[in-house]
Design a protein around this ligand. Structure first.
Ligand SMILES: [Zn+2]
Length: 378
C-alpha cells in the first residue's frame, strides 16, 4: 500500500514536470529530456533531436482488450486527484497515445464504474501547494513545519469540521478508489510503457515480446528483450544512428536496474558511436551517387560530438573506469568506419576522469582530421 502511494506521488511529480513544457521546447525522443526547440543534439543524451513523430497522425483505435486496459490505466494514472475538466484541458497523449477522443466523458464513465471516488479531505489537501497548506496552518495558529504529508495530517486532525469547511475546497476532485488502485497495480507494466515513452515501445510490440518470454517477466525484462531485438535489426539494416540511441536506452535501463558496471560499458559504447563519425557513410553515399561534389563532401557536417550530459554520466560511474575495460568495449564495437582510434579514445577518457574541465575540442579536432584525411583519399 505504501509503495502504491509512493508510485502515485511519482506520477504527480512527473505530471508537474510535463506541464512546464511550452511550445518553445521539445522532448528528446531518446531520453525524454526537455530541450530547446532549436537544439540539434540533446544536451542530456546527445541524440539527434527530431521534431516529428511525437504527435503521430495515427491515432490508435481502442479495439482490443489490451488497448482498452492501456487507455484506462493511463487515464487513471494521470487523472487521479483531479476534477472533471473540459476536453481541451486534458493532456494530449490521452488522445494520440490512448485513443481517448472524449476524455471528459471517459472521466465520467470511470467515476460511474467506481474506479474513481470523491476525494477525501487528505487527498484534496494533497493537491494544494505547500505555501497554501502553511497559510491554512498559520491562520489556525498551528505549527507550519514539516513535510507535506505531516502538514496535511496536522490540518485534517487539528481542525474542526466547521474550520475545515471554511477552507475553500474544490469538492469535485476525484481520487482512486480501492478498485482504481487495484487496477493500476494490476496494469503497472502499461504505466511503465507510458512513463518510458522515450523508449518508444508500442503496446503491440510489448505484448508480442511478453508472450514470447516467460509469463513472469516484468517490464524491464521485456524492454530489454525489445532492445536486443532492435540491436539485431539495426545492425542488419546498418542503422547506426538508431543503434546508438538504442544503446543509450539500454544504458538507461541498466541504470534503473542498478547494474552500474554494465551501464558504464554501455555508455562507453555510446561515446564510441558519437566519436566515430559513422554518419559520414551517408555523405559518402551522396558523393558516390553524384549528389555531392568532392568539395561538398569535405565540407559536409560531421556529427563527431559528445553531449555534456554524457560526460556527466561517465563521471558518475567513475569507479568502473579502467583502460582495460574501455579497450574491451572498443573492440566489441563493430563499425564500418571509425575515425576515433583506440589511442585517442583512451587519451580522451583519461582527461575526462582526471581533469573535470578538459580540452574537449582538441580530441574532436584530431578525430575530424582523420575523417578529412580519409575523405580526401576517396
Ligand atoms: Zn536526450
Amino acid at each position: 500500500m505504501g509503495l502504491l502511494n509512493k508510485f502515485i506521488k511519482v506520477i504527480n511529480e512527473n505530471l508537474k514536470e510535463k506541464s512546464l513544457l511550452n511550445s518553445k521546447q521539445i522532448v528528446c525522443k531518446t531520453c525524454g529530456a526537455i530541450q530547446n526547440e532549436k537544439t540539434r543534439y540533446c544536451s542530456d543524451c546527445g541524440a539527434e533531436m527530431t521534431n516529428d513523430g511525437y504527435y503521430d497522425d495515427n491515432i490508435p483505435t481502442i479495439d482490443s482488450k489490451e488497448k482498452q486496459d492501456y487507455a484506462t490505466a493511463i487515464f487513471l494514472y494521470t487523472n487521479s486527484n483531479s476534477k472533471i475538466k473540459n476536453n481541451n484541458e486534458y493532456v494530449g497523449y490521452l488522445f494520440y497515445e490512448c485513443g481517448i477522443s472524449n476524455p471528459k466523458k471517459y472521466h465520467q464513465e470511470l467515476i460511474n464504474e467506481g474506479y474513481l471516488k470523491q476525494a477525501s479531505i487528505n487527498e484534496i489537501l494533497y493537491t494544494f501547494k505547500l505555501d497554501d497548506l502553511k497559510k491554512i496552518l498559520k491562520e489556525n495558529n498551528l505549527k507550519v513545519t514539516g513535510k507535506k504529508a505531516e502538514l496535511i495530517d496536522r490540518i485534517s486532525s487539528e481542525l474542526s469540521e466547521k474550520e475545515l469547511n471554511e477552507i475553500n475546497f474544490d469538492r469535485n476532485i476525484y481520487a482512486l478508489s480501492e478498485k482504481g488502485k487495484k487496477y493500476i497495480e494490476n496494469h503497472k507494466d502499461y504505466i511503465e510503457i507510458h512513463r518510458h515513452s522515450s523508449w518508444q515501445i508500442t503496446l503491440e510490440e510489448y505484448i508480442k515480446v511478453k508472450r514470447q518470454l516467460n509469463f513472469s517477466a516484468n517490464f524491464n525484462d521485456i524492454a530489454w528483450g525489445i532492445f536486443n531485438k532492435r540491436t539485431i535489426e539495426y545492425s542488419n539494416n546498418r542503422q547506426y544512428g538508431l543503434q546508438r540511441n538504442n544503446y543509450y536506452n539500454m544504458f538507461q535501463l541498466l541504470m534503473e536496474e542498478k547494474k552500474e558496471m554494465q551501464a558504464f560499458e554501455m555508455i562507453v559504447k555510446v561515446v564510441i558511436y558519437d566519436l566515430s563519425g559513422v554518419n559520414t557513410l551517408e555523405n559518402i553515399k551522396l558523393y558516390k551517387d553524384g549528389i555531392y561534389s568532392k568539395k561538398d563532401l569535405l565540407n559536409s557536417y560531421s556529427s563527431i560530438f559528445i553531449a555534456p550530459g554524457i560526460i556527466k554520466k561517465l563521471l558518475e560511474l567513475e569507479q568502473f573506469y579502467s583502460d582495460e575495460l574501455v579497450k574491451i568495449v572498443y573492440k566489441q564495437v563493430a563499425l564500418p568506419i571509425n575515425f576515433c582510434s583506440e589511442t585517442i579514445l583512451i587519451e580522451l577518457m583519461h582527461e575526462v576522469f582526471h581533469n573535470a574541465i578538459f580540452d574537449y575540442e582538441k580530441y574532436i579536432d584530431k578525430i575530424n582530421l582523420e575523417r578529412i584525411k580519409y575523405l580526401k583519399k576517396l
